[in-house]
Design a protein around this ligand. Structure first.
Ligand SMILES: *Cc1c(COP(=O)(O)O)cnc(C)c1O
Length: 625
């Protein structure tokens, strides 16, 4: 009770929890402020009490040379405190509050982490990140670094040779006098005819979703009429405004949006996802004051969510999608939800495995915990909404599930619109408002734009509108039968052909257009590379190692050849393995192909910085004229 006398606290403050803490705890509150006084002054600290009551401290404790300065400084502070003696109390109290908040924050975070990942999961995560950091140091050791960078450079040079033909004229500066239009057209013809992987023959997974000449012609006509148009000027281009609004309305209707829903068009699936994440982040901030937003996504969700996390500083929680169904583990999602959660995510379907997550389960969570749920239907686009009408098995995925608050749908995938066209849909217009950007006091005038872009190509909106109007519901149902039918035939081929079933295993139960598979014994990347040598361009996947084919209209025409070539490839790779065993060089053999090298060798490293270097080199290569 002694210290209560030290601090003259006005009666009005002599109440409550903090006051009783002050009364009982601090014998020497100044030491808490950590003023770092010289050691010789320290024993005199008890004399603060005198100071507070106006008395001088005992001089013998203070050395003249250094102690006096420190003492005077301290005295000044103390005088300040006694002028407003209450400020002393407040400072101490503030310190306590800060400490309390600090501890609360870390206790909360630790608790969230433990609840979200479990003790083992947390330890494993820690171990993996430690390993990553240590391996990073290893890679930076002078000797290792030299070797690695030499290999990276070699790989990039090889890539350049493949991507950049040597024997072409390179235009590195503007032609002095413009070329005649016919000349330009001839050049364009040559560019279009450059040697490439033949999507026209259906050998490319995904990439070109329609490609029939008649639709291309219609889209080109639409471009021509709206080449100069820009929806940022709705009064100049009213037709574009009308078409954009109608595209959004039509997509909303196929996803069973309720009254009051809204949407926008974007440049592609990535932008649609970025906008949905931004909207969710802004909502959490505006409505709940969340300043450290987090989102919970399936491991298999599109990497655009990682981009959103990086661009918009939203902490990302990845949730495993375990065998046998390869859907996101809803229970683990639940455990990761906390007060900072601004968005849950499910895919319908995801890119790697073509699996539709348990959107109903996620929707229940979203409703229960009152957090938004985004469904990534970029790939599912115009297939998933028509599965039922095309006679295929389906699951709930759209706005009919009450917890679903936003959906991204790529018109430029199975909507067959020209590339550069997608939509993001919101259950309410308020959610859409959260993605808007408005600048009210810019010297260029009041500025408002719906998304990232300022000016936008009206021609693409016209191309999208024209495609949707010409294909129509029946057209999309037909396309769905053809494409999903072919995907099912490929899956069926893999699981019934004696050669293929013995070696390949389909991942999960794909309901849409993507079929992915792993190899039981062979290296799946050797199979991918062998298929490449036969002209096929399939997608290599990792974690687990697998490949997939995304069936499109061109692929649907040649699915039988795809299965036949897979059989041939598996037999050839088996034969190679047999030879290796006979020669005694081991079952697996060295990685020879590009995917085998990238995913087999570089992919197994604990720290992916080498892969990042390679990828950066790849991007640089794209800009080598
Ligand atoms: C294609 C795709 C996207 C978006 O990709 P963009 O290339 O930006 O259009 C998003 N999610 C999934 C599942 C996809 O397949």
């Amino acid at each position: 009770m002694d210290s209560a006398r030290i601090v003259p606290v006005p009666p009005s403050l002599r109440r409550g929890f903090y006051y009783s803490m002050v009364q009982s705890k601090p014998k020497d509150p100044w030491s808490l402020l950590n003023l770092d006084l010289p050691a010789r002054v320290a024993p005199a600290v008890g004399d603060d009490r005198h100071a507070l009551h106006g008395a001088e401290p005992p001089q013998q404790h203070v050395s003249k040379s250094e102690g006096m300065g420190a003492w005077q400084w301290k005295k000044m502070l103390l005088e300040l405190a006694s002028i407003e003696s209450i400020s002393y109390f407040l400072a101490w109290r503030l310190l306590n509050i800060l400490l309390f908040l600090f501890l609360l924050r870390w206790t909360k975070k630790t608790w969230w982490k433990l609840r979200g990942r479990g003790i083992i999961g947390t330890v494993v995560e820690f171990y993996l990140s430690l390993r990553r950091v240590l391996y990073g140091y290893f890679l930076r050791m002078p000797m290792v670094k030299g070797k690695v960078s030499k290999q990276v450079t070699e790989a990039i040079t090889k890539l350049q040779r493949k991507l950049i033909p040597e024997d072409t004229v390179r235009n590195l500066s503007l032609p002095k006098n413009g070329m005649a239009h016919d000349e330009v057209r001839a050049e364009l013809q040559k560019l279009a005819g450059m040697e490439h992987t033949r999507w026209e023959d259906g050998f490319v997974s995904g990439a070109v979703y329609h490609g029939e000449d008649e639709l291309i012609k219609l889209q080109t006509d639409a471009f021509e009429k709206f080449t100069v148009s820009n929806p940022i000027h709705p009064d100049v281009f009213p037709g574009v405004r009308k078409m954009e609004a109608e595209v959004v309305a039509m997509v909303l209707s196929i996803f069973n949006a309720p009254a009051g829903a809204g949407g926008v068009t974007t440049s592609g699936g990535t932008e649609s996802i970025l906008m949905a994440c931004l909207s969710a982040r802004q909502k959490a901030y505006a409505e709940r004051g969340v300043t450290e937003p987090e989102m919970i996504i399936p491991e298999t969700a599109h990497t655009a969510f990682h981009k959103a996390s990086c661009y918009f500083k939203i902490k990302l929680h990845l949730v495993a999608c375990p065998a046998p169904d390869y859907q996101v583990d809803v229970n683990r999602v639940r455990r990761l939800i906390n007060a900072n959660t601004c968005l849950l995510v499910g895919s319908a379907p995801n890119f790697p495995h073509g699996i539709i997550d348990d959107i109903s389960g996620l929707s229940k969570l979203a409703l229960k915990y009152k957090v938004p749920l985004h469904v990534d239907c970029c790939l599912g686009s115009f297939l998933v909404p028509f599965l039922e009408r095309a006679g295929f098995e389906t699951v709930p995925f759209d706005f009919r599930l009450k917890g679903v608050t936003s959906i991204s749908c790529d018109t430029h995938k199975y909507g067959f619109a020209p590339k550069g066209s997608s939509t993001v849909l919101y259950r309410t217009q308020q959610l859409r408002t959260y993605q808007y950007f408005v600048s009210a006091d810019w010297s260029g005038g009041v500025y408002a734009s719906p998304g990232i872009a300022g000016s936008r190509p009206g021609a693409l909106i016209a191309g999208c509108w024209a495609s949707m109007m010409s294909v129509g519901q029946e057209g999309y149902i037909d396309a769905c039968s053809t494409i999903v039918g072919a995907a099912k035939s490929v899956a069926n081929g893999i699981s019934t052909s004696p050669i293929l079933t013995a070696e390949l295993e389909i991942i999960g139960n794909p309901l849409v257009s993507v079929v992915s598979f792993t190899a039981r014994n062979l290296n799946i990347y050797d199979i991918a590379d062998n298929m490449s040598s036969k002209g096929w361009h399939l997608n290599a996947l990792q974690n687990p190692p697998a490949i997939h084919v995304a069936v499109t209209l061109p692929v649907a025409k040649v699915w039988e050849k795809l299965v036949a070539d897979l059989e041939l490839t598996v037999e050839e790779e088996r034969e190679k393995e047999r030879e290796r065993i006979v020669k005694g060089t081991g079952k697996k053999g060295r990685a020879v192909g590009d995917s085998a090298a990238l995913y087999g060798v570089a992919g197994s490293l604990p720290n992916k910085s080498v892969v990042e270097d390679l990828a950066n080199g790849f991007l640089d290569t794209l800009y080598k004229a």
